[in-house]
Structures are given as structure tokens and as C-alpha cells.
Design a protein around this ligand. Structure first.
Ligand SMILES: Cc1cc2nc3c(=O)[nH]c(=O)nc-3n(C[C@H](O)[C@H](O)[C@H](O)COP(=O)(O)OP(=O)(O)OC[C@H]3O[C@@H](n4cnc5c(N)ncnc54)[C@H](O)[C@@H]3O)c2cc1C
Ligand code: FES
Length: 302
């Protein structure tokens, strides 16, 4: 991984462009509230330059004297690589704990220490394929740049944007501007159709003749989306938001039980081998457990 120093060096007109994640100090230049969420737009040219849809940024929170040692992860969207010094990124924050509360209390001009872009992005097909994108809550965020990429390929796409209630929807207006064909659902019927994102999914897949589903949202939603895709015999690529501590593959906090191509299940780090996975490979019912048949389970205390 490149360092803050590397980024500063690469900021010069003659420096080599980094090809992976960097650490850099970015400055907030816009703060916008959307329902329960706060969108931060930052100048962060190093992160912006290497970004691909599905990747995330790990943000240091709490300021220089904080006891919050661990970075907090946020999916990236609205990335504009721009010129050498003008690259910008966006991420949206759902305040619900000390780190996210601190972030939404920041002001325009505040500087944040960032590491990114991290993780494996959504796989993009070589040719145009019809696709349905499903976002739950702020999980819609990483699907927006993905939609842009798919549309640029000439893919026909539809999007389903859902949340528990109206205030927890995110990105439905951006999605409508981008795609047009957007179905909004809320669990309590306070906006869009009453029900869950998976309710309109089968008809969207069938109407479009979709060959792939992409999704991001809570784990239960991703498991359900994977099940609908499986029933239609098409793949689902899903971005998980498993709790992360280091974000760079060192601590094993973020492991998920994933079935490999060889049929063997292993713990896989969602920060470096994800966050995007083929839904059919994740053992959703076993997340948070140590399955007896997992490779290495004996050595992990069984
Ligand atoms: C890839 C990814 C994308 C995400 N995108 C978004 C987004 O776009 N918007 C958004 O609002 N949220 C997003 N999240 C969730 C967000 O990172 C967490 O909600 C946030 O870290 C909460 O921080 P907190 O201090 O407010 O809450 P808390 O829940 O109090 O703190 C959570 C923090 O505790 C640490 N932690 C968690 N588990 C352990 C453990 N087992 N051992 C040690 N430390 C642990 C981690 O540093 C974690 O960030 C994303 C998460 C991931 C993994
Ligand atoms: S968060 Fe530490 S290994 Fe993934």
C-alpha cells in the first residue's frame, strides 16, 4: 500500500500515478443531508484516481487525541478523478455510534485522514448485459457508480431502491436521473411500494431478461437477493458490510464463510477478498459462526 508520503509525491505533475490504495488527508468541501444520512464530498485525488465501483474508503475518526483507534469504512460513489489536484469523492454516513456521530459533526473545511480505495470492486462484464441493481438503505451508494459503468457499456438496467422507511432511503433521486427505471420500496409503505426490495425483484429480472443482479445492503437482504437470483439461474454479485477493524487484511475481524470453487468452505476476509462476493458462494446462514466443515475449523477450537 502507498503511504501519505507517496500520495504527496504523486501529487506532483511528474510523480507516477499510484495504482492501488493510498493514505491521504482529504478536505470536506460539501455536506448534504438526505433523510437520516449525511453525505460528505471531499477533495481526495489519490483515492479518487484509483477508484472502481464497489470499493470503499477507511476513515480515521475522532481527531488526533482520540481513543477511537480503528478506522470506519464507507462505500465510495460520486468519484470524480478530475485533474492531478482536484479529484473528489463522496460517501454517505448513517450516524449510529461514536465514529459516525463524530463524522456527521464535521464541518466544511475539516480534514480527514483517508485510506482507499480498498477492496475488490464489482466485476464488470466485458459486453453489455441486462442487469438489475438492488440497494438497501445507504447500500444504494456503491450501485450508483456501478450503474454509470454498466450504462456506458450499453447495458439495459433497472434499479430497486429500498429501506425500512422513507427517511432511510438513499440515492433514489440520483438513480432516477441516471437510469429512469427505478422502483422504490419501503417496509412500512411510507414511500414507494409497500414491502421489501425482493418483492419487485423477480418481475424486474423477468421483464428485463436480466443476466446478472448486483446488490448492496444489509446481510439478510443480500441473502434474500441471492436466493431470488439463484431461483432465476443467474448470478448475484453482492457487496457486504461485515464489521471491519483494520480494513487492510490483517486482523481477521471481517471474515465470512465462503464456499470456494473447489467446494471447500473457508473464512475469507471481506475487506481484501471482498466486499464484493458472488452471493451463491457465501454461507449466509453460517455468518458469525464457525461451521464444523470449514477448512481449518479443527485448529480454531473445534
Ligand atoms: C465495506 C463497508 C462499507 C460501508 N459503507 C457504509 C456507508 O456507506 N455508510 C455508512 O454509514 N456505513 C457504512 N459502513 C458501516 C460503517 O463502517 C460502520 O457503521 C461504522 O464503522 C460504525 O462506526 P461507529 O463508531 O459509528 O459505530 P460502532 O458500531 O460503535 O463502531 C464500529 C467499529 O468498531 C470496530 N469493530 C467492529 N467489530 C469489531 C471487532 N470484532 N473487534 C474490534 N473492533 C471492531 C470497527 O472499527 C468498526 O468500524 C460500511 C461498512 C463496510 C465494511
Ligand atoms: S478488517 Fe481486518 S482483516 Fe478485514
Amino acid at each position: 500500500m502507498s503511504t501519505e508520503t507517496d500520495t504527496a509525491a504523486s501529487g506532483s505533475a511528474t510523480g507516477p500515478a499510484p495504482t492501488g490504495p493510498v493514505q491521504e488527508v482529504g478536505e470536506i468541501f460539501d455536506i448534504t443531508r438526505f433523510g437520516d444520512y449525511t453525505q460528505l464530498t471531499m477533495v481526495a485525488p489519490g483515492v479518487a484516481r484509483a477508484f472502481a465501483p464497489g470499493q470503499f474508503v477507511a476513515v480515521a475518526v475522532g481527531g488526533p487525541r482520540t481513543s477511537m483507534l480503528l478506522r470506519r469504512s464507507f462505500a465510495l460513489y460520486g468519484v470524480k478523478p478530475g485533474g492531478e489536484f482536484a479529484g473528489t469523492i463522496q460517501f454517505v454516513v448513517d450516524p449510529h455510534g461514536p465514529g459516525t456521530d463524530w463524522l456527521v459533526g464535521q464541518r466544511i473545511g475539516s480534514r480527514l485522514n483517508l485510506v482507499g480505495p480498498l477492496g475488490v470492486p464489482f466485476p464488470i462484464p466485458r459486453d453489455a448485459v441486462p442487469a438489475v441493481l438492488v440497494g438497501g438503505g445507504y447500500g444504494t451508494a456503491p450501485l450508483l457508480p456501478l450503474a454509470e459503468r454498466l450504462l456506458a457499456l450499453g447495458s439495459e438496467i433497472e434499479m430497486i431502491v429500498g429501506a425500512s422507511r422513507a427517511g432511510r432511503l438513499f440515492g433514489e433521486l440520483q438513480a432516477k436521473r441516471l437510469i429512469g427505471k427505478v422502483t422504490v420500496t419501503t417496509d412500512d409503505g411510507s414511500a414507494g411500494q409497500y414491502g421489501q426490495v425482493t418483492d419487485p425483484l423477480p418481475s424486474a429480472i423477468e421483464r428485463l431478461g436480466a443476466e446478472i443482479v448486483y446488490a448492496c445492503g444489509p446481510m439478510g437482504m443480500l441473502a434474500a437477493v441471492g436466493e431470488v437470483a439463484r431461483a432465476h439461474a443467474i448470478p448475484a454479485q453482492v457487496a457486504v458490510e461485515e464489521a471491519m477493524a483494520c480494513g487492510i487484511g490483517v486482523c481477521m475481524t471481517c471474515v465470512l464463510p465462503v464456499r470456494g470453487a473447489d467446494g471447500v468452505s473457508r473464512f475469507v476476509r471481506s475487506c481484501v477478498e471482498g466486499p464484493v462476493f458472488e452471493a451463491g458462494r457465501v454461507r449466509w446462514a453460517d455468518v458469525g459462526t464457525l461451521p464444523a466443515d470449514l477448512y481449518g475449523a479443527d485448529g480454531m477450537g473445534r
